[in-house]
Design a protein around this ligand. Structure first.
Ligand SMILES: [Ca+2]
Ligand SMILES: [Ca+2]
Length: 136
């Protein structure tokens, strides 16, 4: 029995080694909000289909909330950011144009209009058309 047990343990460690070799960052557009991503919901208070993106996105038209036929452009009503290393700025126009709002780094709450990293949009409701991550 001792021998078999040792072999099983070795196999388990080998499997774990493969797992650690997997990509470290999140998968965009899988409907799951993961570390490093920004998530947008079609409805307020994080309801309805979600759009999760690990990267910046300059042009929303042609993209859809995950598992839906609802276009991303001019439809997002709430968002949450799971990136503690970067800010994310969202714009009313594509390619970073027009008015914008700044999402703080994950976990940072500052009083004032730019003090959030998750929430329901106010004046920004149904207007977002691009977003960009930035370190500063
Ligand atoms: Ca994801
Ligand atoms: Ca909406």
């Amino acid at each position: 029995m001792g021998k078999i047990r040792t072999l099983l343990l070795t196999g388990a460690l080998a499997t774990a080694g493969v797992a650690f070799g997997a990509p470290a960052h999140a998968t965009s557009f899988n409907g799951v909000c993961e570390t490093g991503e920004v998530c947008l919901w079609v409805d307020s208070s994080f309801n309805g289909p979600v759009f999760d993106d690990y990267n910046s996105l300059a042009f929303y038209p042609g993209h859809y909330f995950v598992n839906s036929n609802i276009g991303l452009n001019d439809n997002a009503s709430s968002s949450a950011k799971y990136d503690a290393s970067n800010y994310c700025r969202m714009y009313v126009d594509a390619y970073g144009g027009g008015a914008n709002v700044l999402m703080q780094k994950y976990g940072v709450i500052i009083s004032g209009s730019n003090g959030w990293y998750y929430g329901t949009f106010g004046w920004f409701n149904d207007q977002a058309s691009s977003h960009y991550f930035s370190a500063s």
